[in-house]
Design a protein around this ligand. Structure first.
Ligand SMILES: [Zn+2]
Length: 334
Protein backbone atom coordinates (compact mmCIF):
# COMPACT_ATOMS: atom_id res chain seq x y z
CA UNK A 1 0.00 0.00 0.00
CA UNK A 2 1.39 3.40 -0.97
CA UNK A 3 1.21 6.09 1.67
CA UNK A 4 1.29 9.70 0.49
CA UNK A 5 4.32 11.36 2.06
CA UNK A 6 3.61 14.35 4.30
CA UNK A 7 5.98 17.33 4.31
CA UNK A 8 6.71 17.13 8.02
CA UNK A 9 6.95 14.50 10.72
CA UNK A 10 7.11 14.07 14.47
CA UNK A 11 10.53 13.15 15.89
CA UNK A 12 12.16 12.80 19.29
CA UNK A 13 15.20 15.02 19.46
CA UNK A 14 18.05 14.91 21.98
CA UNK A 15 19.87 18.26 21.79
CA UNK A 16 21.62 18.06 25.14
CA UNK A 17 22.24 15.20 27.54
CA UNK A 18 19.55 14.82 30.16
CA UNK A 19 16.47 15.77 28.14
CA UNK A 20 14.56 15.25 24.90
CA UNK A 21 11.86 17.11 22.97
CA UNK A 22 9.22 16.20 20.44
CA UNK A 23 9.85 18.22 17.29
CA UNK A 24 7.96 18.80 14.08
CA UNK A 25 10.53 18.67 11.28
CA UNK A 26 10.70 18.05 7.51
CA UNK A 27 10.55 14.39 6.44
CA UNK A 28 14.19 13.59 5.53
CA UNK A 29 15.21 12.92 1.92
CA UNK A 30 17.15 9.74 1.10
CA UNK A 31 20.49 10.35 -0.61
CA UNK A 32 22.32 8.13 -3.14
CA UNK A 33 22.24 4.50 -1.99
CA UNK A 34 19.67 5.29 0.72
CA UNK A 35 15.96 4.72 1.29
CA UNK A 36 13.29 6.38 3.40
CA UNK A 37 11.32 4.08 5.69
CA UNK A 38 8.02 4.74 7.41
CA UNK A 39 8.70 3.44 10.91
CA UNK A 40 6.11 0.86 12.00
CA UNK A 41 7.63 -0.14 15.34
CA UNK A 42 10.74 0.60 17.41
CA UNK A 43 12.06 -1.18 20.47
CA UNK A 44 13.09 0.76 23.55
CA UNK A 45 16.20 -0.45 25.32
CA UNK A 46 18.31 0.51 28.30
CA UNK A 47 20.84 2.11 25.98
CA UNK A 48 18.21 4.68 24.93
CA UNK A 49 17.76 5.60 28.59
CA UNK A 50 21.53 5.95 28.89
CA UNK A 51 21.75 8.05 25.70
CA UNK A 52 19.14 10.50 26.94
CA UNK A 53 20.10 10.65 30.63
CA UNK A 54 23.90 10.42 30.73
CA UNK A 55 25.11 10.21 27.12
CA UNK A 56 27.08 7.44 25.43
CA UNK A 57 30.57 7.06 23.99
CA UNK A 58 29.22 6.90 20.42
CA UNK A 59 26.54 9.58 20.69
CA UNK A 60 26.78 12.64 18.41
CA UNK A 61 24.32 15.46 19.24
CA UNK A 62 21.80 16.56 18.18
CA UNK A 63 20.31 13.15 17.44
CA UNK A 64 17.04 11.27 17.08
CA UNK A 65 17.49 8.08 19.16
CA UNK A 66 16.10 4.68 18.19
CA UNK A 67 18.37 1.87 16.96
CA UNK A 68 15.79 -0.95 16.95
CA UNK A 69 13.72 -0.25 13.86
CA UNK A 70 11.32 -2.02 11.55
CA UNK A 71 9.61 -0.09 8.78
CA UNK A 72 8.33 -0.02 5.25
CA UNK A 73 10.32 1.48 2.37
CA UNK A 74 8.33 4.48 1.10
CA UNK A 75 10.87 6.45 -0.97
CA UNK A 76 14.15 5.72 -2.73
CA UNK A 77 17.29 7.78 -3.16
CA UNK A 78 19.15 7.96 -6.50
CA UNK A 79 20.61 4.63 -7.72
CA UNK A 80 18.27 2.46 -5.63
CA UNK A 81 16.38 -0.46 -7.17
CA UNK A 82 12.64 0.27 -7.30
CA UNK A 83 11.69 -3.31 -6.36
CA UNK A 84 12.33 -2.33 -2.73
CA UNK A 85 9.41 0.07 -2.64
CA UNK A 86 6.76 -1.02 -0.09
CA UNK A 87 9.09 -3.73 1.22
CA UNK A 88 8.92 -4.32 4.99
CA UNK A 89 12.46 -4.32 6.37
CA UNK A 90 14.45 -4.68 9.54
CA UNK A 91 17.21 -2.07 9.60
CA UNK A 92 20.67 -3.20 10.73
CA UNK A 93 21.62 -0.07 12.69
CA UNK A 94 25.23 0.11 11.52
CA UNK A 95 26.67 1.84 8.45
CA UNK A 96 30.19 0.57 7.86
CA UNK A 97 33.00 1.37 5.41
CA UNK A 98 33.75 -2.17 4.23
CA UNK A 99 37.46 -1.50 3.67
CA UNK A 100 39.09 -0.90 7.07
CA UNK A 101 40.87 -3.78 8.87
CA UNK A 102 37.89 -4.42 11.20
CA UNK A 103 35.42 -4.56 8.30
CA UNK A 104 37.72 -6.86 6.31
CA UNK A 105 38.01 -9.20 9.29
CA UNK A 106 34.21 -9.54 9.51
CA UNK A 107 33.85 -7.25 12.52
CA UNK A 108 32.10 -4.28 10.92
CA UNK A 109 30.61 -3.44 14.34
CA UNK A 110 34.15 -2.22 15.15
CA UNK A 111 34.53 -0.30 11.87
CA UNK A 112 36.74 2.77 12.24
CA UNK A 113 34.12 4.84 10.44
CA UNK A 114 31.07 3.17 12.02
CA UNK A 115 27.92 5.32 11.99
CA UNK A 116 25.15 3.86 14.12
CA UNK A 117 21.51 4.83 13.59
CA UNK A 118 20.27 6.53 16.76
CA UNK A 119 23.83 7.46 17.80
CA UNK A 120 25.82 9.08 14.97
CA UNK A 121 22.82 9.61 12.67
CA UNK A 122 19.08 9.97 13.23
CA UNK A 123 17.24 6.87 14.44
CA UNK A 124 13.73 5.51 14.55
CA UNK A 125 12.02 7.52 17.29
CA UNK A 126 10.24 9.38 14.49
CA UNK A 127 7.58 8.77 11.83
CA UNK A 128 10.27 8.29 9.15
CA UNK A 129 13.94 7.36 9.07
CA UNK A 130 16.60 7.30 6.33
CA UNK A 131 18.77 4.17 6.10
CA UNK A 132 21.47 2.93 3.72
CA UNK A 133 20.25 0.29 1.29
CA UNK A 134 23.00 -2.12 2.38
CA UNK A 135 21.75 -2.06 5.98
CA UNK A 136 18.27 -3.36 5.08
CA UNK A 137 17.13 -6.91 5.74
CA UNK A 138 13.79 -7.60 4.01
CA UNK A 139 11.28 -9.43 6.20
CA UNK A 140 9.92 -12.81 5.12
CA UNK A 141 6.17 -13.45 4.94
CA UNK A 142 4.80 -14.66 8.24
CA UNK A 143 7.23 -12.72 10.43
CA UNK A 144 5.42 -9.78 12.05
CA UNK A 145 7.01 -6.34 12.45
CA UNK A 146 6.72 -6.80 16.23
CA UNK A 147 8.71 -10.02 16.14
CA UNK A 148 11.21 -8.68 13.62
CA UNK A 149 12.15 -5.65 15.73
CA UNK A 150 13.69 -8.09 18.22
CA UNK A 151 16.35 -8.73 15.57
CA UNK A 152 18.47 -5.87 16.93
CA UNK A 153 18.80 -6.95 20.59
CA UNK A 154 18.91 -10.58 19.46
CA UNK A 155 21.76 -9.81 17.03
CA UNK A 156 23.84 -8.42 19.89
CA UNK A 157 23.22 -11.69 21.76
CA UNK A 158 24.22 -13.76 18.70
CA UNK A 159 27.45 -11.75 18.41
CA UNK A 160 28.18 -12.54 22.09
CA UNK A 161 27.49 -16.26 21.63
CA UNK A 162 29.66 -16.34 18.49
CA UNK A 163 32.54 -14.69 20.35
CA UNK A 164 32.02 -17.20 23.20
CA UNK A 165 32.25 -20.04 20.64
CA UNK A 166 29.20 -21.59 22.33
CA UNK A 167 28.73 -25.19 21.19
CA UNK A 168 25.72 -27.54 21.47
CA UNK A 169 25.31 -29.19 24.90
CA UNK A 170 27.62 -26.69 26.59
CA UNK A 171 26.46 -25.03 29.79
CA UNK A 172 26.05 -21.26 29.82
CA UNK A 173 25.27 -19.00 32.78
CA UNK A 174 23.74 -15.59 32.14
CA UNK A 175 23.75 -12.86 34.80
CA UNK A 176 20.65 -10.68 34.41
CA UNK A 177 17.10 -11.56 33.36
CA UNK A 178 16.29 -8.33 31.53
CA UNK A 179 15.40 -8.43 27.82
CA UNK A 180 19.01 -9.17 26.78
CA UNK A 181 19.42 -11.93 29.37
CA UNK A 182 16.14 -13.54 28.27
CA UNK A 183 17.18 -13.37 24.59
CA UNK A 184 20.66 -14.75 25.35
CA UNK A 185 19.05 -17.73 27.11
CA UNK A 186 16.56 -18.35 24.30
CA UNK A 187 19.26 -18.07 21.63
CA UNK A 188 21.48 -20.47 23.61
CA UNK A 189 18.58 -22.97 23.80
CA UNK A 190 17.94 -22.56 20.08
CA UNK A 191 21.59 -23.57 19.56
CA UNK A 192 21.04 -26.64 21.81
CA UNK A 193 23.16 -25.29 24.66
CA UNK A 194 22.03 -25.41 28.31
CA UNK A 195 21.36 -21.93 29.78
CA UNK A 196 20.91 -20.87 33.41
CA UNK A 197 19.76 -17.30 34.08
CA UNK A 198 20.79 -15.74 37.40
CA UNK A 199 18.31 -13.03 38.40
CA UNK A 200 17.26 -11.73 41.83
CA UNK A 201 13.90 -10.26 40.69
CA UNK A 202 11.21 -12.99 41.09
CA UNK A 203 9.15 -12.02 38.01
CA UNK A 204 12.13 -11.84 35.67
CA UNK A 205 13.53 -15.03 37.18
CA UNK A 206 10.22 -16.84 36.64
CA UNK A 207 10.08 -15.74 32.97
CA UNK A 208 13.57 -17.18 32.43
CA UNK A 209 13.00 -20.23 34.69
CA UNK A 210 16.18 -19.01 36.34
CA UNK A 211 17.82 -19.04 39.76
CA UNK A 212 18.38 -16.29 42.35
CA UNK A 213 22.04 -17.04 43.09
CA UNK A 214 24.83 -18.62 41.03
CA UNK A 215 24.51 -22.40 41.53
CA UNK A 216 27.42 -24.45 42.88
CA UNK A 217 28.50 -25.43 39.38
CA UNK A 218 31.09 -24.42 36.77
CA UNK A 219 29.97 -23.25 33.32
CA UNK A 220 31.53 -23.49 29.87
CA UNK A 221 30.37 -19.96 29.09
CA UNK A 222 29.46 -17.09 31.42
CA UNK A 223 27.80 -13.94 30.04
CA UNK A 224 27.23 -10.88 32.20
CA UNK A 225 24.19 -8.98 30.94
CA UNK A 226 23.93 -6.60 33.87
CA UNK A 227 26.25 -3.65 34.57
CA UNK A 228 27.29 -4.92 37.95
CA UNK A 229 30.87 -5.47 39.16
CA UNK A 230 29.97 -8.23 41.61
CA UNK A 231 28.26 -10.18 38.80
CA UNK A 232 31.60 -10.14 36.94
CA UNK A 233 33.39 -11.43 40.05
CA UNK A 234 30.82 -14.23 40.38
CA UNK A 235 31.11 -15.07 36.69
CA UNK A 236 34.92 -15.36 36.87
CA UNK A 237 34.54 -17.72 39.84
CA UNK A 238 31.97 -19.82 37.91
CA UNK A 239 34.12 -20.50 34.83
CA UNK A 240 34.97 -24.11 33.99
CA UNK A 241 38.43 -25.03 32.67
CA UNK A 242 38.65 -23.58 29.13
CA UNK A 243 35.57 -21.51 30.05
CA UNK A 244 34.83 -18.23 28.26
CA UNK A 245 33.59 -15.10 30.04
CA UNK A 246 31.76 -12.60 27.80
CA UNK A 247 31.84 -8.95 28.82
CA UNK A 248 28.40 -8.14 27.40
CA UNK A 249 27.33 -5.25 29.67
CA UNK A 250 29.54 -2.27 30.25
CA UNK A 251 30.26 -0.99 33.75
CA UNK A 252 29.95 2.51 35.15
CA UNK A 253 32.68 4.87 33.87
CA UNK A 254 33.69 5.56 37.49
CA UNK A 255 34.32 1.92 38.48
CA UNK A 256 35.11 -0.17 35.39
CA UNK A 257 37.95 -2.23 36.96
CA UNK A 258 37.57 -5.86 38.05
CA UNK A 259 40.22 -7.75 40.01
CA UNK A 260 41.17 -10.89 38.10
CA UNK A 261 43.42 -13.74 39.19
CA UNK A 262 45.51 -14.19 36.04
CA UNK A 263 46.94 -17.42 37.43
CA UNK A 264 43.42 -18.85 37.27
CA UNK A 265 43.15 -17.86 33.59
CA UNK A 266 46.62 -19.31 33.00
CA UNK A 267 46.21 -22.69 34.68
CA UNK A 268 42.59 -23.24 33.55
CA UNK A 269 43.11 -21.84 30.03
CA UNK A 270 40.17 -19.50 30.40
CA UNK A 271 39.24 -16.63 28.09
CA UNK A 272 37.72 -13.22 28.74
CA UNK A 273 36.16 -11.70 25.63
CA UNK A 274 34.29 -8.43 25.08
CA UNK A 275 31.12 -8.16 22.97
CA UNK A 276 29.72 -4.87 21.68
CA UNK A 277 26.86 -4.51 19.24
CA UNK A 278 26.47 -6.77 16.24
CA UNK A 279 27.39 -7.31 12.59
CA UNK A 280 25.09 -7.37 9.59
CA UNK A 281 25.26 -11.18 9.41
CA UNK A 282 23.88 -11.39 12.98
CA UNK A 283 20.83 -9.47 11.75
CA UNK A 284 20.28 -12.08 9.05
CA UNK A 285 20.78 -14.91 11.56
CA UNK A 286 18.38 -13.22 13.99
CA UNK A 287 15.65 -12.82 11.37
CA UNK A 288 16.06 -16.45 10.39
CA UNK A 289 15.86 -17.63 14.04
CA UNK A 290 12.82 -15.43 14.69
CA UNK A 291 11.12 -16.83 11.62
CA UNK A 292 11.78 -20.41 12.71
CA UNK A 293 9.82 -21.88 15.59
CA UNK A 294 13.03 -22.10 17.63
CA UNK A 295 12.92 -18.68 19.26
CA UNK A 296 9.66 -17.12 20.54
CA UNK A 297 9.58 -13.46 21.56
CA UNK A 298 5.93 -12.38 21.80
CA UNK A 299 5.77 -13.05 25.55
CA UNK A 300 8.73 -10.70 26.08
CA UNK A 301 6.69 -7.64 24.99
CA UNK A 302 5.42 -6.16 28.26
CA UNK A 303 4.24 -2.79 26.92
CA UNK A 304 3.01 -1.36 23.62
CA UNK A 305 2.94 2.44 23.77
CA UNK A 306 2.68 5.37 21.38
CA UNK A 307 6.00 7.18 20.91
CA UNK A 308 4.36 10.25 22.51
CA UNK A 309 4.53 8.40 25.87
CA UNK A 310 8.33 8.05 25.67
CA UNK A 311 8.90 9.80 29.04
CA UNK A 312 6.67 7.27 30.79
CA UNK A 313 8.31 4.39 28.93
CA UNK A 314 11.78 5.57 30.01
CA UNK A 315 10.57 5.64 33.64
CA UNK A 316 9.49 2.01 33.33
CA UNK A 317 12.93 1.06 31.96
CA UNK A 318 14.71 3.06 34.68
CA UNK A 319 12.71 1.30 37.40
CA UNK A 320 12.90 -2.14 35.75
CA UNK A 321 9.09 -2.31 35.72
CA UNK A 322 8.95 -3.71 32.20
CA UNK A 323 10.39 -6.36 29.96
CA UNK A 324 10.44 -5.18 26.33
CA UNK A 325 8.65 -1.95 25.44
CA UNK A 326 7.57 -1.37 21.84
CA UNK A 327 6.94 2.19 20.70
CA UNK A 328 4.71 3.17 17.80
CA UNK A 329 4.76 6.49 15.92
CA UNK A 330 1.45 8.38 15.85
CA UNK A 331 0.89 7.32 12.26
CA UNK A 332 1.08 3.66 13.28
CA UNK A 333 -0.88 3.03 16.46
CA UNK A 334 -0.83 -0.58 17.74
ZN1 LIG B 1 35.22 -0.21 8.29
Amino acid sequence: MVHPLPATMQAVSVREIGSFQFERRPVPQPGPGEVLLRVTVTGLCRTDLKIIQVGHRDLVLPCVPGEEVVGEVVALGPQVDATLLNQRCYVYPGEWCGICPACRSGAENLCRSMRIMGFHRDGGFADYVVAPLKSLIPLPEGLSDEQAVFAEPLSCCLNALELARLAPFETIAIWGGGPAGQLLARAASAYDALPTVIEPDPQRRELAKGVAEPPDQLFDVCVVAVGNNSAYQQALASLAPRGRLVVFSGLSKETPAITTDFNQLHYLEQTVVGAYGCCYRHGRQAISLLQSSKLAVNDLISHRMPLSRLAEALELVANRQCMKIHLYPESCRP
